[in-house]
Ligand binder design. Structure first.
Ligand SMILES: CC(=O)Nc1ccn([C@H]2C[C@H](O)[C@@H](CO)O2)c(=O)n1
Length: 108
């Protein structure tokens, strides 16, 4: 199948296996990555060395308050809620507004 790539996103390498297995199907980003749109197909690479590992289709984009994070979000990240909150704080520090990007892998 041929398709157009509309942009790119990076993930920390430690999440690669969960993304490829489908265990992780959302990511939560800050304002700087709030521009993704439903229907876009994105090139996905590792943050550390910019190594391509899959293409994804963006299926959801939603604004989400940090205080509204719940167990469903954590399950979609393949983490506990406590782990997810720690990951977000470690990456972004104190943050009120997140952008949920839901996706499926279309090529790996
Ligand atoms: C540069 C940068 O911020 N990269 C990120 C940000 C977030 N993630 C992952 C970590 C968690 O699974 C969710 C929640 O933020 O998204 C990432 O892999 N790379």
């Amino acid at each position: 199948m041929t398709y157009t790539i509309d942009g790119e996103i990076t993930f920390f390498e430690r999440f690669e296996a969960d993304i490829l297995s489908g265990a992780k199907n959302i990511t939560l980003r800050d304002q700087s990555e709030s521009h993704f749109k439903v229907g876009q197909r994105l090139h996905v690479a590792t943050f550390e060395d910019n190594r391509w590992f899959c293409d994804i289709l963006v299926e959801r984009v939603e604004k989400l308050a940090f205080n509204h994070l719940n167990d469903v979000h954590a399950q979609q990240e393949n983490m506990t809620l406590a782990e997810l909150k720690k990951v977000i704080i470690d990456i972004y520090g104190s943050i009120d507004t997140l952008y949920l990007i839901g996706f499926s892998v279309i090529k790996a």
